[in-house]
Design a protein around this ligand. Structure first.
Ligand SMILES: [Zn+2]
Length: 291
């Protein structure tokens, strides 16, 4: 009888560990990349001096990060319409400068919107106030973007906010919503206009295959330490032809190049499209560059 009891206890332990193992495997397999099919398509839309990035996820959903100046909103809409989307699942305005959110009011008016993400920042420009009241008028609510927020995580695709971490920064650029997208074995980092202060705060999470370089390739961003930590295969600079700020900064371009990244620039390459199948990334550009 004593041995039988011991036998029962052992049997029970074996049973429990088998159940535990099953659940382990199960929870792993739901996030396992092998379940994923389809591609992640990242479109860097050439909006001149400004940012606009349209992401098409393998699950059919999409995300728009910034729209450039108001004068570019039609161009962005045409781009989205040509792809056949009538709604936007996730819309992110990285920060209140017009070269990022200028066209956002028109976008919000013209599409059915899922979720809107903006940083919590007090900014009283007419453009930003108009945007906020349009969002309000249409009955949408704003999700305040904060570090460590997971926008979603399913089937090998994770969209995470890395910054803002703090509630106050001295530069408006540093309120930029920084987003990391991981799809299978590939990863993309979108820096908005975040400067070196922010780069330094998020350093341990920035490693990525593709980076949308912060602040149009300005010397305020892309510090040596950051560039080396990202260790990107491709660096994308979004800037306008003959822009008044003379961006990108030549030193910044060289910094990315010497880190081993292939550098693309919307002012040279026009629209830049990157397609990830979860393992490899292919690149298509509107105009090939000479170098
Ligand atoms: Zn900007």
């Amino acid at each position: 009888m004593k041995y039988f009891k011991r036998f029962l206890i052992i049997l029970f332990i074996v049973f429990i560990s088998l159940v535990a193992k099953y659940y382990d495997d199960y929870s792993f397999s739901t996030n396992d990349f092998s379940n994923v099919d389809g591609n992640l398509i990242v479109n860097f839309i050439d909006v001149g001096q400004g940012d606009s990035i349209f992401l098409e996820f393998p699950n059919g959903k999409n995300m728009l990060i910034d729209v450039g100046e108001k004068s570019k909103s039609e161009l962005v809409q045409n781009f989205i319409d040509l792809k056949g989307y009538i709604s936007l699942d996730y819309v992110v305005g990285t920060h209140p400068h017009t070269d990022h959110i200028g066209g956002l009011e028109n976008i919000i008016e013209n599409y059915k919107i899922g979720e809107i993400y903006l940083p919590k920042v007090i900014h009283t420009s007419k453009t930003y106030e108009n945007l906020l009241s349009k969002i309000n008028e249409l009955g949408y609510k704003v999700n305040t973007a904060k570090s460590d927020m997971i926008i979603f995580d399913e089937n090998g695709l994770v969209v995470k906010i890395l910054s803002p971490i703090y509630s106050e920064y001295s530069e408006l650029n540093n309120y930029s919503v920084v987003i990391k997208v991981v799809f299978g074995n590939t990863s993309f980092l979108f820096m908005g206009d975040a400067e070196a202060v922010v780069e330094n705060e998020i350093l341990r999470e920035v490693n990525a295959d593709v980076v949308k370089v912060g602040h149009h390739g300005s010397g305020t961003s892309s510090s040596d330490e950051f560039v080396n930590s990202v260790n990107a295969e491709y660096a994308v600079i979004m800037s306008g032809v003959d822009n008044q700020y003379d961006l990108p900064d030549e030193n910044v371009v060289n910094r990315w190049k010497s880190s081993g990244a292939v550098v693309y620039n919307t002012s040279v390459n026009g629209n830049i499209v990157m397609i990830s199948d979860g393992n490899d990334i292919s690149v298509e550009v509107e105009h090939e560059s000479d170098n």
